[in-house]
Design a protein around this ligand. Structure first.
Ligand code: GKR
Ligand code: MG
Length: 426
């Protein structure tokens, strides 16, 4: 039990929020008009409040609710005790959706998701108390700014429900429109690598899009992520064309075994945020010789320190590491940035959905992305403060929007009632 009784956690507060999200297409369907997150506040006995941001799906809210009695009385330094309590107190549950692309709804990872949400907020508290940025608590930075990639999506110009005016990005379907989307990303944010969310159209169309991007941006690293919506046969057939175009081939086909077989037919390293999402899966992947790049995500890998451990294992076995994302706001972006700044072997620019979002929940508004990078905050803790007015607005949006679990399949069915969402589709 902790000896640091002079500084303890008083309360865990969780506020679900919803923010506008564009009609982005993916293997499962299309994004709903509102993305869900939860803002986690851990209040200490001296009145300081540590923050984190995590999934806002009902599964996650239930798990966080169950965690509320587990933390009062712990010191904000008691990360290991917290993890132990969460491991025994938070059970895996049935997922509220089978949507593979929505880790927020996956009940199997409840304990690691809750651990992560609490760990980030407790590290924020520690940093505030010690007057040190979270990155310093993780061992210090090896870079002052973290590179992110332009995250292109095929997209519609407007949501089918028309809940608010169309976004400024317009339609993104043809290769020309996707080149224009990339150009806008680069002009606005200076990104130096480009990822395309694939698995949406016939592979031929997506490969043509990659060719158009290669022509428009010679020398810029490119990636394509069909989210396991291509069969093994399709993925093997696409490999020779993509070998010439990509820096890595992300989750084209389902399963560790499928990816291991594909690895024999491509010159590219295979990357994943789908088949290696736990340490057990990593072990199995290494045995099979499956993926060569792990796209980590502290939100479901068990936190910032667990991701550092993952990075060390990747280093040991010669695997690359970078970061996956889902729709998120600035608290997540800054937690990702503190972490990525402390991972020496972060070999690729990280993913972020951040430019697709317009709203914010932190004082000062949107976090700047310049030269394709986010600067590591030098303020104590995460370096963010909650904008209470913005929090109230985004919470009111959550209450009004009616969405409680992300469901891109159901949203797609509003456009195409015959859409099955069955994968792999191509
Ligand atoms: O936001 O539609 C999306 C993505 O497809 C996301 O859900 C994935 O989890 O970005 C993710 C990925 O790289 O697979
Ligand atoms: Mg991916």
């Amino acid at each position: 039990m902790s000896q640091r009784r002079d500084w303890t956690i008083r309360e865990l507060r969780v506020t679900p929020i919803a923010f506008r999200d564009p009609p982005l297409l993916n293997a499962s369907g299309i994004h709903e008009p509102w993305a869900l997150r939860a803002i986690v506040e851990v209040e200490a006995s001296d009145g300081r409040v540590g923050l984190s941001e995590t999934y806002g799906d009902q599964t996650m809210l239930d798990a966080l609710e169950a965690a509320k009695p587990l933390v009062p009385g712990l010191s904000p330094f008691d990360l290991n005790l917290m993890e132990q309590r969460v491991k025994s107190g938070i059970k895996a549950t049935r997922s509220s959706t089978e949507l593979e692309l929505a880790p927020g709804s996956h009940g199997a990872k409840n304990a690691s998701k809750v651990t992560s949400a609490l760990e980030v907020a407790m590290l924020d508290l520690q940093g505030q108390r010690l007057n040190a940025p979270v990155a310093d608590l993780l061992g210090g930075t090896v870079r002052d700014a973290v590179p992110y990639s332009a995250y292109l999506f095929f997209k519609h110009a407007e949501h089918v429900d028309k809940p608010y005016p169309p976004d400024v990005w317009g339609e993104g379907i043809s290769p020309e429109q996707m080149v224009a989307q990339a150009r806008r990303f680069i002009e606005l944010y200076g990104f130096q690598s480009i990822k395309v969310k694939g698995g949406v159209f016939e592979p031929k169309h997506e490969i043509e899009t990659m060719r158009a991007l290669r022509k428009a941006f010679p020398g810029t690293p490119l990636r394509l992520d069909p989210n396991a919506n291509w069969s093994l046969k399709t993925s093997i057939e696409a490999a020779p064309a993509l070998d010439e175009l990509l820096e890595y081939y992300e989750d084209p086909t389902p399963g560790l075994e499928g990816m291991a077989e594909l690895a024999k037919h491509t010159k590219l390293p295979l990357a994943t945020n789908m088949v290696v999402t736990t340490f057990d899966e990593l072990k199995r992947s290494l045995q099979l010789g499956s993926v060569k790049v792990v796209l980590s995500d502290h939100h479901y890998w068990g936190g910032l320190r667990a991701t550092q451990q993952l990075a060390r294992i990747c280093d040991l076995y010669g695997l690359g590491i970078s970061m996956h994302s889902n729709s998120h706001l600035g608290i997540s972006l800054l937690a990702m940035t503190h972490l990525a700044a402390c991972v020496p072997n972060l070999t690729y620019a990280c993913d972020t959905h951040y430019p697709w979002q317009e709203e914010e929940v932190i004082v000062g508004g949107r976090v700047p992305i310049e030269g394709g990078t986010v600067a590591v905050p030098r303020k104590p803790g995460l370096g963010v403060e909650l904008d209470r007015k913005a929090l109230a607005t985004l919470h009111a949006q959550y209450l009004a929007c009616g969405i409680r679990t992300r469901n891109d399949v159901a949203q797609m069915r509003k456009l195409d009632p015959t859409f099955s969402g069955k994968q792999p589709r191509f």
